[in-house]
Write a protein that binds this ligand. Structure first.
Ligand SMILES: [Mg+2]
Length: 441
C-alpha cells in the first residue's frame, strides 16, 4: 500500500491580456490562469496526480487556497483505497458538511473539488498506464455508473437509466475505439473570433482555420450590434457558405435583448448562439431558445453543476451542451452530465481553450463516444491554439480534428519550467523589473 504524502498548490498566470487573446464582451483583458495542484505519494513509482482550476487572473489565489482547504481529506490517505473507489472519493469531497456551506456544489469550492478529483484521476490513469479516455472506456457499465452521485438527478435520470445507456453502447465499444483512432474527434476553432481582434486579423485567421480543416469557427459578439453585423458578414464572406459560424455572447444580454440581437445576425446562417444570458437563468434560456429557433442555444462553460444541467435539459434551455473539464466537480460529475445529455438526446460540444482545457476535456468527449452516447454526429470540441506548449502532453489537433492521446494520464500536467516561471507574483515572468510584462492588480 502507499499513501499520499503531499498536495502542493500553485498560482500560475499567463499574461495573455497583453495580446487580447481570449477577449470577449464580458472579459476584455483575461490573464489565463490555473490554480494548480500536484499530488505526490510514497509509492516510489514516480507517478504524480496533476489537476487545475482554470481562471482568468485575479482571484486565482483564492482558488488555490480553496484547493488547500481540501487537503485534509486526502493527505496521508491510502492511495489504493481512494483510487479504487472514485465514486466514494468524490462523495467524500463533495459531501464535506462544513465546506458544503460555501456552495452548496457551486462556485469556488466546487471548482476546487473538481481540480482535486481530476488530479486523482490523472494519478489513477498514470498508474494504469492508460490515457484517461481509455481507462474510462475500459470500465464496466456498472463501474461507470458507480462513479455518479444520483442525488438530485433521479427525477430525470435513475441509475437504471444510466446503466441502460452504457450497456446499450457496450457492444460497439471496440469498433468506435478503432474509428476514433482512425478518424479523430471533430474540432472547431475560436482562434479567429476574439472581440479585440481587427477585421483584418479576423479574415486572416478565419481563412487559416478553413485551410487547417476546421468545419466551424466561432465569433465573440455582444458588445456592439453594428460591429457584430459587420464582423459576422466579414467572416461569412471570408469562409464562404459551407463553413459553420457560431457566435458567443458570453452572458452579455437580457432575454429579450438576446432574441432581438440574434434576429440581426440570423441572415448569416448562425450555427449556434452561445451563452446569450446568465448561466443560472434556466427559463430565460428556454425563452431565448424559442425566440431564436431554429438557431440552437448553447451553454455550459459556466453551468455550475449537474443539477443545473438537469433543469436546462428538462426545460429545453439548450440544444448544445457545453460541459467544461474544470467548472464542475471533476470527471465524475461530467460523466453524470454526459449521461444526462445522452438521456435527453442532446449533443455535447465541450467548452475548451483557456489553459489546459483542451488537453483535459478531449478525454471526456472520446470516452463519451466510445462508451456513452456512441455518437459524434454534430459533436465537436472547441479548440484555441495557444498555451499548449506548457503541457507535458499537448493536444494533437490537425486536419480539423483532435487525435486521441496515447500518453498515460488525464493530460493535465504542466511542464516543470512553467510552474516555476509563471508563478504569481514571484515567478520571473511576473517579477517587477521584467519588462514588458507587469503584474496586474
Ligand atoms: Mg464561450
Amino acid at each position: 500500500m502507499s499513501v499520499i504524502t503531499a498536495v502542493d498548490t500553485f498560482d500560475i498566470r499567463f499574461p495573455t491580456s497583453l495580446e487580447l487573446d481570449g477577449s470577449d464582451a464580458m472579459n476584455p483583458d483575461p490573464d489565463y490562469s490555473a490554480a494548480y495542484l500536484v499530488i505526490r505519494t510514497d509509492a516510489g513509482d514516480g507517478h504524480e496526480g496533476h489537476g487545475f482550476v482554470f481562471t482568468i487572473g485575479r482571484g486565482n489565489e483564492v482558488e488555490a487556497v480553496a484547493i488547500q482547504a481540501l487537503r485534509h481529506h486526502i493527505l496521508g490517505r491510502n492511495v489504493e483505497e481512494l483510487l479504487g473507489d472514485m465514486g466514494g472519493t468524490w462523495k467524500l469531497l463533495v459531501h464535506d458538511s462544513q465546506l458544503r456551506w460555501l456552495g452548496p456544489e457551486k462556485g469556488v469550492m466546487h471548482m476546487a473539488i473538481g481540480a482535486v478529483v481530476n488530479a486523482l484521476w490523472d494519478l489513477k490513469a498514470k498508474r494504469a498506464g492508460l490515457p484517461l479516455w481509455e481507462l474510462l472506456s475500459r470500465m464496466s457499465p456498472e463501474e461507470i455508473v458507480a462513479l455518479v452521485d444520483f442525488r438530485y438527478l433521479s427525477d430525470a435520470l435513475t441509475p437504471e437509466d444510466a446503466l441502460g445507456i452504457v450497456r446499450t453502447a457496450e457492444p460497439g465499444r471496440a469498433a468506435r475505439r478503432a474509428a476514433l483512432l482512425a478518424e479523430g474527434y471533430p474540432a472547431y476553432t475560436t482562434t479567429p473570433g476574439w472581440l479585440g481582434y481587427s477585421d483584418d486579423k479576423l479574415v486572416r485567421l478565419a481563412k487559416e482555420a478553413v485551410a487547417d480543416g476546421f468545419g466551424q469557427i466561432k465569433l465573440k459578439v455582444g458588445a456592439s450590434l453594428e460591429d457584430d453585423i459587420r464582423r459576422v458578414r466579414t467572416a461569412r464572406d471570408a469562409v464562404g457558405p459551407d463553413i459553420k459560424i457560431a457566435v458567443d455572447a458570453n452572458q452579455r444580454w437580457d432575454v429579450q435583448e438576446a432574441i432581438d440581437w440574434m434576429a440581426h445576425l440570423a441572415p448569416y446562417d448562425i450555427a449556434w448562439i452561445e451563452e446569450p444570458t446568465s448561466p443560472d437563468d434556466v427559463l430565460g434560456h428556454a425563452a431565448i431558445a424559442r425566440g431564436v429557433a431554429p438557431i440552437p442555444v448553447a451553454t455550459g462553460e459556466h453551468v455550475q453543476n449537474r443539477v443545473m444541467f438537469k433543469q436546462m435539459l428538462q426545460a429545453g434551455s439548450l440544444q448544445v451542451l457545453q460541459l467544461d473539464a474544470a467548472r464542475v466537480a471533476g470527471v465524475n460529475e461530467n460523466i453524470a452530465i454526459l449521461l444526462l445529455a445522452a438521456k435527453f438526446g442532446v449533443r455535447v460540444c465541450p467548452h475548451a481553450g483557456g489553459v489546459g482545457l483542451c488537453e483535459a476535456v478531449q478525454h471526456l468527449s472520446m470516452f463519451d463516444f466510445v462508451a456513452v452516447s456512441a455518437d459524434k454526429n454534430g459533436r465537436m470540441i472547441e479548440f484555441v491554439d495557444h498555451l499548449h506548449e506548457h503541457f507535458v502532453t499537448p493536444v494533437d489537433v490537425h486536419d480539423g480534428s483532435y487525435w486521441p492521446p496515447s500518453a498515460p494520464g488525464a493530460g493535465s500536467e504542466m511542464v516543470g519550467g512553467t510552474l516555476a516561471g509563471y508563478s504569481f507574483p514571484d515567478g520571473p515572468v511576473w517579477a517587477a523589473g521584467s519588462p514588458p510584462l507587469t503584474p496586474r492588480q
